[in-house]
Design a protein around this ligand. Structure first.
Ligand code: CDP
Length: 223
């Protein structure tokens, strides 16, 4: 594999992108960045600072606030820091999942994060997962993968994850949220979720995590 390799993994919500990205990261010793964590972090900031008024986001205030926002992802721990504070356990809460796609469709939010995410390559390269990594953030990525899976399977996996963390939610709520986010993410004007033509598509519905990892590693090793 060449040095400074960039691996992009995009796809629908809860298809296992981050899990596989972390496995590839430890196998190839390349840093992993979860781009979704940044969109979740900005959503957390907006909610925490009362920028949603009666459910409507004050876009002007958020846009101004972004100028002074310091948002950092630590590749080793996968922790997200907002203005120095570790907010990793806050950004996966259902309330963030409910609002994140509304924040992520705003062009000024995408512009801000596009600039941040593009600076994150390292000497060894980068593995990044998200919705627009192979299409917009790193269109020249060396490897592009696109994940999909049946909605019920994705919802069941996410529901189990949340249940183990002690979150009070139901399978239906999780399923509806995934469908809702996919719809907004796919329909937005800027950087919509879509499979880049040169991406290798993987349906993770009926194969194990280990099998998905092996499939990707084989693709990477033989290209
Ligand atoms: O892990 P999960 O599949 O639930 O989602 P995530 O990767 O944490 O992303 C959360 C949300 O951030 C998505 O539903 C998108 O609205 C947004 N996102 C985006 O717009 N562009 C990215 N590159 C990554 C995430």
């Amino acid at each position: 594999m060449k040095s400074s390799v960039i691996i992009a993994i995009d796809g629908f919500a809860s298809t296992g992108k981050s899990t596989i990205a972390k496995m590839l990261s430890s196998h190839y010793q390349i840093p992993f960045i979860d781009s979704g964590a940044f969109y979740r972090g900005i959503t957390y900031f907006a909610l925490e600072n009362g920028l949603f008024k009666e459910g409507v986001l004050d876009e002007e205030s958020l846009s101004t606030a972004l100028e002074n926002l310091n948002i950092r992802f630590h590749p080793n721990s996968s922790d997200l820091f907002l203005n120095g504070k570790n907010i990793s356990d806050k950004i996966r809460l259902p309330v963030i999942s409910e609002n994140v796609s509304t924040v992520a469709k705003l062009p000024f939010v995408r512009d801000f994060l596009l600039r941040e995410l593009r600076t994150m390559g390292s000497e060894k390269g980068l593995i990044m997962d998200g919705r627009d990594i192979g299409s917009v953030v790193f269109p020249d990525a060396d490897y592009k993968f696109f994940f999909n899976a049946r909605p019920e399977i994705r919802a069941l996996r996410r529901y189990e994850e949340l249940r183990l963390k002690g979150e009070k939610t139901t399978f239906e709520e999780v399923l509806n949220n995934l469908i809702h986010r996919d719809k907004i993410d796919s329909a937005r004007e800027v950087a919509p979720l879509q499979k880049p033509i040169d991406a290798f598509e993987v349906d993770t519905s009926d194969i194990s995590t280990q099998e998905v990892f092996s499939l990707l590693a084989k693709k990477i090793d033989t290209k």
